[in-house]
Every structure is written in C-alpha cells, then in structure tokens.
Design a protein around this ligand. Sequence first.
Ligand code: SAM
Length: 283
Amino acid sequence: MALDSSWFTEPVEATGTAFSLKLGEKLHEEQTPYQKIEIFRTETFGYLMSIDGCTMVSTRDNFLYHEMMSHVALNSHPDPQNVVVVGGGDCGTLREVLKHPEVRKATQVEIDERVTRLAEQYFPELCTANNDPRATLFFGDGIQWMKDAAPGSIDLIIIDSTDPVGPAEGLFGKKFYLDCLKALKPNGMLVQQSESPLLHLPLISEMHQTMRVAGFAQTHLFTFPQPLYPSGWWSGSIACKSAGALAERLDASAVQALDAQYYNAAIHRGAFALPNYVAKALA
Ligand code: SAM
C-alpha cells in the first residue's frame, strides 16, 4: 500500500527498505550551508528531526541511541576525563556524557550550528547539560578540529555523526582515524555510530579494518535497538589505541546514578554479544 503525504517516509534504495512515521505537521524546514533540516510533529513519536530526508532524532526513541553511544564506551574506559563528541548536534549524547562525574571536560564539535539551535527549540530535554561548566559547544568541522587537536590529550572520542555521505564521509576514513589516534592518550578510545548490523555489515567490517590499518590495536562492536534508523537495529564500534581487555566500570550505584531508561549493567555486557554471522564477518 502506498502511503500518502500524511506520512514521513525514509526510503533507502540501496537496501530496498523504508521506515515511516504518521505525521501531524511540518513545523520547520531550512537549507543550511551543510544540509536540509526538517522538523515534524508526529502522531506517536513526538517531534522528529530529519537531515537530508534521513531520520536523525525523535522525542520517543532517542534515549536508546544516546545512552548506548555514551555509557557503553565511557564505562569501558578506565578513567574518561576528557571527552570529545564529534557531530551530535542535538546534544543528547553530550547530556549523557555529562552524567558521569569522572568526566571533567566534554567538547561537542558540530559542523552545523542550526542543528543545535533547532534542538534547543524542539528537543530542549536533550540540551539540559549545555550550560554545564564542563561543556564546550564548538561549531566547526570535526575533521579539521581533530587535525588541530593537541596530541595525547583526549581520553574518549565519540563520533555521533550522520551517515558516511556529505560532510560526514571523511569521519569514516583512515586520515581521520590517524588524527584521532594522535589526539588520544595512550589508553584512549574512540566510539563511532556504525549503522545497521543487518543492512550494512560490509560497511561495518570495512570500518573495523580501516581502524586497525590506521593503527588502533583492537576494535569491538556492540548493538542496540533503534526503531528510527533503517532496519531498527543499530551498532556502535569501539576502537582502542592500546591492546588489552576493556574496562568494565559497572559499579551498581554509579550505573544507577545515570538514571538511564535503557542502559544498565546487563545491557552493557549483553550489547557486546554478537550473532554468529556478524562475529564471522568481523573475525
Ligand atoms: N545519530 C544520528 C544518526 O545516526 O543518524 C545522528 C545525529 S547527529 C544530529 C549527526 C550530526 O553530525 C549532524 O548534526 C551533522 O551536522 C553532524 N556532522 C556531520 N558531519 C560532520 C563533521 N564533519 N563534523 C562535525 N559534525 C558533523
């Protein structure tokens, strides 16, 4: 059945799939120097932000992505004090990062200031940590920012970007990973949103290979549900500068204090369990 214009649909030609949400109304549309941003009111998912026709964030299900893109890596690092979020302009990841008392400094490097200004208007609940004294909101290209970063200065880099096309393409390349490696402390880590383990496995496998070729000692994949994104099943990839087991900082009271809706210690451990076909592709 074809859907009429009262639905937002994100068709993905390459995978022959589409995701739809029943709409209320379109509230905003603008073409920035980087991308086209639209805001809709949906019938059941709250507000929806799309960029270049791709779903980015909804009121109802963003907690899955934001909690998993921050807490899994933060609790896998022995002592994350200096954290950089590349992209993430809706500020939801930054908010989760700043729930960790051990984080002393968190810098968000978003190329498009309009994403953040619209998030402040339509997703104010994601922007509640923007005035935290530990937070810096920098607007500019994450690729250039990382090139200029002080060597050996960062504990954790979180790449919360759009898909690997347009301004985000370079964030999935070897040159960028080399700059990240240089900017990380010896025990530093990077975590990057890495698309769907069902639809994009070759991309994930290539990403892990590129990270290792760039010089990361080891890579790990974790997965989580995300209804808004193609296939509804998404992943994050962790790359570690040094070899060794990931830390597991899952002290019950510290995890409880995160006040998360999805993330907990069992979810943390379970997220690294990979289906056979995925493990085989990454071996
Ligand atoms: N989680 C979402 C997803 O997977 O679709 C992405 C959310 S977040 C809104 C993605 C952000 O990455 C966008 O706001 C975009 O402007 C930003 N971005 C893309 N390329 C970038 C770059 N080179 N440097 C900094 N930010 C970038």
